[in-house]
Design a protein around this ligand. Structure first.
Ligand code: GDP
Length: 299
């Protein structure tokens, strides 16, 4: 929570400054509302949420004096309302053995790190976890996953560099099943430079896993980097279409994050946000809390 607050402090500091600038000794009218709307859009909150906030302010307070603190309170409340429906815990259906979690996202957004943190969480909850090094294009990704496997006591199924990712996923599923693993987490490639190839590969991974369990992958988790801003919206669009994403993790919310985009994504895509990443360490994966996040943004 402290790290999240710090990570979002640039966003919240900017918003606080701008809101104070607009509403000091001025009434809530067409002009100030328009200025506020611009500020909210600059913070990546999205048109829908910006309008929610200005509408909530205008109803009842129009033409009256309003303090910057009151504006921030309404903003925090409205953002929390947008985020509440997507703040859901990740639920595993352990009647499936293993429950398969496919992790997708653009390279560098934190897939491998998130897999490691998640494996640690599940392992400490008493579950047996298997990891599949499905990013068969990057030697570093395979090595990194092996390190996380050692660190979290999880078996890692890997193959040689350049091998077929779907074949590896299939093999990992069979291994996890034979071992009686509760959860299989599959890493994937995220090379957006060659989108057709990426789409084909991910679609094939999904298809092949479905042969072993028609409901698998049960969870398709996409990682988003909080420092990328608007681009994250497009990334969700792409991976939702290609891989059927049904849950999100926003990483790098420590540092100098631009968290506003998560609000825009929640309003547009309505996908559950299971966790947030607040550091590179094994314990730096937190459940997503709507009210905490809203107040960290609103300042
Ligand atoms: P991948 O290419 O999607 O598998 O991304 P990685 O898991 O390799 O992560 C890319 C970089 O981001 C690495 O240096 C990670 O340590 C770092 N990283 C991942 N998650 C977080 C986070 O929540 N906070 C910070 N500060 N760094 C992170």
């Amino acid at each position: 929570w402290q790290r999240l607050r710090q990570g979002l402090s640039r966003t919240s500091g900017q918003l606080t400054g701008q809101i104070t600038g607009i509403f000091t000794k001025r009434k809530l009218d067409e002009e100030t509302l328009e200025e506020l709307e611009d500020v909210l859009l600059q913070a990546d909150l999205g048109v829908e949420t910006a309008l929610r906030i200005t509408d909530a302010l205008a109803s009842g307070r129009y033409g009256k004096d309003i303090s910057p603190a009151e504006v921030q309170k309404v903003m925090a409340d409205e953002i929390a309302r947008v985020l509440e429906p997507v703040a859901k815990p990740l639920e595993l259906d352990l009647s499936h053995k293993p429950h398969v979690i496919l992790v997708v996202g653009v390279n560098g957004t934190g897939k491998t790190t998130t897999i490691g943190k998640l494996a640690a969480k599940l392992h400490s909850g008493g579950l047996k976890v298997t990891l599949a090094a499905g990013d068969t294009f990057r030697a570093a990704a395979i090595e990194q996953l092996k390190i996380w496997g050692d660190r979290t006591g999880s078996k890692v199924v890997s193959t040689k560099l350049g091998a077929d990712a779907a074949g590896l996923a299939y093999e990992a599923f069979e291994t996890a099943r034979a071992d009686g693993a509760d959860v299989l987490i599959i890493d994937t490639a995220g090379r957006l430079q060659n989108r057709t190839e990426l789409m084909d590969e991910l679609a094939k991974v999904v298809r092949v896993i479905g042969k072993l369990d028609p409901d698998a992958p049960h969870t398709v988790l996409q990682t988003l980097d909080a420092t990328t801003g608007q681009n994250a919206l497009n990334q969700v669009e792409i991976f939702k279409n290609v891989a059927g994403v049904n849950g999100l993790v926003m990483t790098k919310l420590d540092g100098t994050a631009r968290g506003g985009i998560l609000v825009a994504i929640a309003a547009k895509h309505k996908l559950p946000v299971y966790f947030i990443g607040v550091g590179e360490g094994v314990d730096d994966l937190e459940p997503f809390e709507a009210a905490d996040f809203a107040s960290a943004i609103a300042g």
